[in-house]
Every structure is written in C-alpha cells, then in structure tokens.
Design a protein around this ligand. Structure first.
Ligand SMILES: NC(=O)c1ccc[n+]([C@@H]2O[C@H](COP(=O)([O-])OP(=O)(O)OC[C@H]3O[C@@H](n4cnc5c(N)ncnc54)[C@H](OP(=O)(O)O)[C@@H]3O)[C@@H](O)[C@H]2O)c1
Length: 216
C-alpha cells in the first residue's frame, strides 16, 4: 500500500514509516518543506534494503500520491496541517496518531474540554474522509529500535470495521497486535493513556512503557 505520513520527519511518523517500508509498503514522507521530507526519505532508505520504496515531499503532494494517510504532527499543528490537505484527503482513510498532551506536564492527563484530537480531526475533514485513531500508545523509541519487535498492543478506534481491519493489518505489518477498541468516540481514552505511559517512563527512567490487552 502507498502510505503518506504527514510529519513523517518526526520520530513517531518516521518510526512507523520505517517499519512499514521494511514490510514492503511504499512510504511517502510528508513535511512542511519538500526538501526536509526528501532528506528524511534518503536517511530512511540508507537503513533499508535496496528494494525499499521511500520518498519524501511536502504534505500536500504526499497526501495526493497516497492511498492511506497518517497524521503524525504535534496536536498544536493538527488543525493547520489538516487544513492544507483536506481536499486531497477526500475518499481516503486518515489514521491519526496525534496526542494532545498537557501543556505544562505531558505526564498528567488534562481531559479535553470537548472532543478528542481524533474526533476534532474527523469534524474538520468531514464525512468524506474516514478517520481511524491508532498508535497513540506506541513510543517512537520502540519503533526506531529496528533490532527488536515492538512489545505493545495498539488500540484502534474508528467507526467502520473494514477501516479498522486495514489498520490492524498495518499493525501486524509493523510487528504489533492491533485491538479493536470501539468507535472513534473512544479515541480520547487512548490519547489520555499516553500521559499515563509518559509518567511511568519518567518514574522508571525508561523510554518504552506500553500496554498489553489480556484475555483475548
Ligand atoms: N514520539 C512519541 O514517542 C509518540 C508516541 C505516541 C504518539 N505520539 C504523537 O505522535 C505525533 C508526532 O510525534 P513526534 O514525536 O514525531 O512529533 P514531533 O517530532 O514534535 O513532530 C512531528 C513533525 O510534525 C511537524 N511539525 C512540528 N511542529 C509543527 C508545527 N508547529 N506546525 C506544523 N508542523 C509541525 C514537523 O514536521 P516538518 O517540520 O517536517 O513539517 C515534525 O517533524 C504527536 O501528536 C505525538 O503526541 C508520539
């Protein structure tokens, strides 16, 4: 599948792109600056076998080129990033990894006054774009550790089963188990859980706390 990663120059998007490129997907790294995207792509290609397909460009071109688009920018950049690509997203699946972290302490959850970041994204892009929330609890540290599997489950929230199946396959391709966590309305739970994991990382002096769902 051809996957665009908006903000794929950052650790989280880059780590996901790297895992998917390893699995044979074609990756387009998006950036505000086409040359920054191209530089990240060159860096990624240098770590992958010759058969890997990775390119880099600006966020809009990446969205236009891809079948599926991943949003991996800070929450503070979500609205303006989506505004630049909304038209090009029409009919596509948008997977968001965005977490709105507390401004003063990322380890403390500050419940959003209204919707979760994922629901806000859905509201902004409209019904013509299917939004699925996933990977909020996967530390970039894990994703970038290419020598090891990611020892975590992924909560997948979305309103269409078929779209969540596509994301579950992407989880498997990146070496993780995706768990259907219900409708997009549940995405705020996964977003809030990230603050809990950041706090655990701080208290245990680690970088890779994650979650496992038991009993299934
Ligand atoms: N890092 C993690 O371990 C982790 C884990 C789970 C979820 N997440 C979530 O995943 C998302 C990405 O995380 P990250 O650590 O990769 O973030 P990041 O490095 O801070 O940002 C990712 C990319 O977003 C773009 N960006 C940054 N500031 C921007 C701004 N003000 N306006 C527009 N674009 C901007 C930049 O790309 P260009 O400069 O190339 O445009 C940057 O490389 C965040 O929402 C984060 O909460 C992160």
């Amino acid at each position: 599948m051809k996957i665009a990663i908006l903000g794929g120059t950052g650790n989280e998007g880059y780590g996901l792109g790297f895992r998917w490129a390893e699995a044979g997907h074609e990756i387009v790294i998006g950036s505000r600056l086409a040359e920054k995207g191209a530089q990240a792509a060159a860096d990624m290609l240098a770590k992958l076998p010759d058969t890997a397909r990775v390119s880099g460009t600006d966020n809009l071109t990446a969205t236009q080129e891809a079948e599926l688009v991943v949003l991996s920018v800070p929450y503070s950049a979500q609205e303006k990033t989506l505004a630049t690509v909304t038209e090009a997203l029409a009919g596509k699946l948008l997977v968001t990894v965005v977490v709105p972290l507390g401004e003063k302490a990322a380890r403390v959850w500050r419940p959003p006054s209204g919707l979760s970041a994922a629901e806000e994204a859905q509201q902004q892009v409209g019904d013509g774009v299917r939004v699925v929330a996933a990977f909020q609890n996967i530390s970039a540290h894990h994703l970038l550790d290419a020598d090891n599997d990611v020892d975590c489950d992924v909560l997948i929230c979305g309103d269409k089963g078929a779209d969540k199946d596509v994301v579950a396959q992407l989880c498997a391709d990146a070496g993780m188990r995706g768990v259907n966590a219900g409708p997009l309305q549940n995405a705020g739970v996964a977003e809030g859980l990230t603050s809990v994991l950041i706090g655990i990382n701080i208290r245990h002096k680690i970088k890779n706390a994650g979650i496992r769902i038991t009993g299934i």
